[in-house]
Ligand binder design. Sequence first.
Ligand code: DGJ
Length: 724
Amino acid sequence: MSPKTSSENIVHTHRLDAHNTTILFGWVTGIPEIIYIGARLDDGMDVEMFARSRARPLGHATMDEHAPVSMQPEIGAGFMGHPGLVANRVDSDKPGWAGIFEWVETAETDDGVTFICRDDHRELRLDITVTLCRKSGVAVMKSRLTNEGADDCMVDWMSAPVIPVPQHLSEYLHFHGRWTAEFAIDRRTVPMGLVKSENRRGRTSHEAFPGTIMLAPTTDEESGRCLGVHMGWSGNHRMVLERMTTGECQLQMGVLHFSREGMLPAGRALETPEIHVATSDVGLNDLSQRFHRHVRENILKLPDAKKPRPVTVNTWEAIYFDHNIDALKELADAAAKVGGERFVLDDGWFVGRNDDTTSLGDWTPDPQKYPDGLHPIVDYVVDEKGMEFGLWVEPEMVNPDSQLYRDHPDWVLAVDPYPRHLGRNQLVLDLTNPEVFEYLYTVIGDLLKTYRTAYLKWDMNRDLVLPGDRTGLPAVHRQTTALYALLDRLREGFPNVEIESCASGGGRVDYEILKRTHRFWTSDSNDAVERTRIQHGFTHFLPPEVMGSHVGPAWCHTSGRGFHPDFRALVASYGHMGLELDLRKVSDEEFALFAAAVERYKADRDLWHSGDYHRITTVDADLLGACVVDAEQRSARIVMMQIDRPRSIVPPTIQVPGLNPNRRYKVELQTENKVAMHGSRKFRNRLMDGRLELTGAVLMSAGVQLPVLYAQTGVALALEAIDD
Ligand code: DGJ
């Protein structure tokens, strides 16, 4: 008996290309399958022949037809793994729990395609859309299910288009973390069977970033194959990674629904969030650069794309709730003097807010602290000091001890009669309630109209527990889309205001919130060692210009550790830099050091924020850093951080990534780290007097010798081409 597989019978194919990527789809009569996603294939290739070459033998003791990992694998087709869609008709007499979609039509657009499929028996329509960004090669995919029947359909699980993972990508990066330790990474082998990662916190979460990178065992930052997927979604989510006995591996990502959240009434449609998919054959840095390009091209919409990311001085770790107009003016003086360009008034400015137990929801200035409203400080910052003014808000929240809650105790997410669980003494407002939505739009809009505010720090400091709407039904999905709608409306009304997405630091970091905001508060940890690790993880999917990075106080309040000022400044200097400490109280020497770091940031920020970003890892796991190279490969900058005890007295050489091998570069030390230099005896290296000149080829393969670096010290290097 000859083996028979669906691939053998493939009759339809479709091809999408970017300069560096090709995606091929193939199908027989049902839902299309991604039969290839990876490096660009030659134009003249015979796609049908390729599709047929995917034909697989059937093993014994398997069904007579192989059910492929289509973009929505189906129980009804005999797929034995985790299905892409689990749905049922609630009150129908038809058996709606399983079925088979038939492909109906392919609709092409300039940069993508929509496959339209139908299951007439279940009266469901499925649209699967894939667009491919020509510039970055990142594919954006989503699925839409329409209930064409007369009765409700309950969708328990619906994955965004399912990615078949090639078998050679047998490992994956699992992104996890917690508050002040975001973007931690475990490199794991894909086990046999199924792995799930889930988030029920009601925001993107510190714990489970909705993304992963599949990679080969030999892949590292600068070489090897990998495939990254991120789902842009700021609510509950689930990722399913499954390696099956057929040898296939599938990756699913979708919204995690609480019971009844997936109710799809007759005539309505349910859309998955977008997943963003990239591949590379030359390592994780190239993959990240594709994601960074995609963010720059398609996700991040700055009011003024040409404006450099301003140096931000934030009041939180300087004064906390202790607001006083004279102290704030002094702080603004110091902020302007150090080179600050944006002054952000953090928590503590609104009525009665002297600690974190009261007042969220009452968004008017505290009359004791600000008898004349915020005008005096806004005017001082803007007119006298020439900085932008930024304001902290946490609109989604309310303290029980607030006028808003006293007036509207029914405005919160809750399931009565169960307890209203507090987190940081606060409850979550029900954004699905139109009255709440209007209140928030009005109150935030009024602040923006009243005060010359260039920037909102939009905070969100607790998880959602028992998130029921007015009727008690679970509302995380609708709360998430309502938040997007609120931000969209504010953005429309106030298009010049930039917004920071902060959720106790890095609790809401994803592409969908980034479409409506302009940077992230990466973490509440300003501990420079933790920050180095967090920033390392963050840059896998996100570029440095959206990575808020501040110089914190000498002693970090979230870790209890202290670091030298130059190390703190170095770690803050390659993202979107800011300072968040009491600048009035630092020594003259420290102040000068911070001012110099700010100056260096200003000189180099265009490069860091537009170039190709490389993470640098070394044989010493505690020596890591970052490098940026401009598109013409003329300029590069490197920062290296020795975050813990060095492995050897003298550090390993640093192979510089991404240069032009044929150019000569001048290499200079940008920072002088006194503590570290103590350890470098007789370091008569040309690096030290600015006379080091080597070709890109040498710098990339042999590398640069660094001075001795003590634990928690580091250096910054500048490379400039000198031959043309
Ligand atoms: C949490 C944020 O992450 C901090 O930066 C600060 O804004 C506090 N909230 C204020 O309450």
